[in-house]
Design a binder for this molecule. Sequence first.
Ligand SMILES: CC(=O)SCCNC(=O)CCNC(=O)[C@H](O)C(C)(C)COP(=O)(O)OP(=O)(O)OC[C@H]1O[C@@H](n2cnc3c(N)ncnc32)[C@H](O)[C@@H]1OP(=O)(O)O
Length: 192
Amino acid sequence: MTSEEKDSDIMLDPQFIQESGEVYRNPTEVQMSQIVLPCHANHCGELSVGQLLKWMDSTACLSAERHAGCSCVTASVDDIHFEHTIGVGQVVNIIAKVNRAFTSSMEVGIQVTCEDLYTDRLWKVCRAFATFVSRRTEAGKVQLKQVIPRTQMEQMEYSLAAERRRMRLIHAEIITDLLSSSTAQLGTNTRF
Ligand SMILES: CC(=O)SCCNC(=O)CCNC(=O)[C@H](O)C(C)(C)COP(=O)(O)OP(=O)(O)OC[C@H]1O[C@@H](n2cnc3c(N)ncnc32)[C@H](O)[C@@H]1OP(=O)(O)O
């Protein structure tokens, strides 16, 4: 893989130069890099999913709290599909940023890549979307400030975040309905 192919595949957002001449960086963006040590690996010498999820959650939580300016909790993480394994000695890079804030919740996009420092290879591992909720204060529910998308990619993620939230809410409703109908069925069929 050439470095150009590598960049086009992995970079989420091209650099955006502001009027001031400075390169724009999303204020909620948090980056974390970690070399995989044997203590992070399973018996096959590959990074354990639990460890990766912990790093992803910590990085995303920092991003959410940077935006919220207060303590936040993880409410949910959407489906994650892992495309590659990561071995001991390789480097995990995690980038998280807030795609959109709603009322007290916000969607954080998380991108994970893996890097082999000795061969200069970089590849995608997974992408995930987590919802963080700002903790209630004595005054009640916290109203988050809105995210203002600045680049084309941020604008696209901002629009998609609303659609993903709509699907999450529908999904939660369907699961609740299914659970209550199966509980009702069990209740009717129970002979005890
Ligand atoms: C199991 C663990 O310990 S994991 C450790 C970290 N995580 C936690 O501790 C979270 C535990 N869960 C909670 O504290 C609560 O269920 C909460 C805060 C996530 C939600 O509490 P609720 O009483 O449902 O609050 P409420 O109905 O006001 O919803 C708050 C917001 O969360 C959103 N939300 C609630 N549940 C979910 C969910 N499962 N997925 C996505 N968003 C959610 C709501 O849509 C709402 O968003 P909005 O304010 O932007 O409109």
